[in-house]
Design a protein around this ligand. Structure first.
Ligand code: K1U
Ligand code: ZN
Length: 172
């Protein structure tokens, strides 16, 4: 089932999520809903707080090439265990901040540990767009948005645009 995506500003997008103790069928079903919501948006990632669930759960699929098989990933309790010193700049967007983009600098490679949907511990080194995306999504779990990396004036300008968008959507 597709779920509505929260738009900034919303207190749930500024809240750090507690780690999950146990996997349950309802969490697996939330992950399935998040993948459906992400693909429909369309997006390359989604974090549980973006659909109003304060759980440490993200989904991603950064395969953009139509000739390459999709790689839907579900990560419970993802944690960055190592980050490269070299950085990469990527023009990021966010499904909770529609039509706003900004260049953000982050570590170019990160090693992430997580629990997969079968409850098994996994880890992988991500690079390229996958590295940018997994860091963006883990930020969501810590109540941080990509606009928090921008200068206050730019951030304020984007926030005002989003407040206007929400007023317009509420009237429609
Ligand atoms: O977390 C989110 O809001 C999803 C976001 C993830 C993200 C994008 C860019 C850099 C880092 C993280 C998005 O998916 S925005 C949409 C997007 O980037 C996209 C949509 C369709 C095709 C390709 C990309
Ligand atoms: Zn986002």
């Amino acid at each position: 089932m597709k779920r509505p995506i929260l738009i900034h500003p919303d207190p749930r997008l500024k809240t750090a999520c507690d780690p999950l103790d146990d996997l349950s069928d309802s969490l697996r079903s939330l992950a399935d809903d998040m993948l459906e919501t992400m693909y429909a948006a369309p997006g390359i990632g989604l974090a549980a707080p973006q659909v109003g669930e304060l759980a440490r759960l993200i989904v991603m699929d950064c395969v953009k090439d139509k000739d390459v098989a999709p790689r839907p990933m579900v990560l419970f309790n993802p944690e960055i265990v190592a980050a490269s010193e070299d950085t990469a700049v990527y023009e990021e967007g966010c499904l909770s901040i529609p039509e706003q983009f900004a260049e953000i600098t982050r570590p170019a490679e990160v090693e992430v540990a997580w629990i997969d949907r079968d409850g098994a511990p996994r880890s992988e080194v991500f690079s390229g767009l996958w590295a940018t995306c997994v860091q963006h999504e883990i930020d969501h779990l810590n109540g941080r948005l990509f606009i928090d990396y921008l200068k206050p004036l730019k951030r304020q300008m984007i926030t005002r645009k989003m407040q206007k968008l929400k007023r317009e959507r509420a009237r429609a």
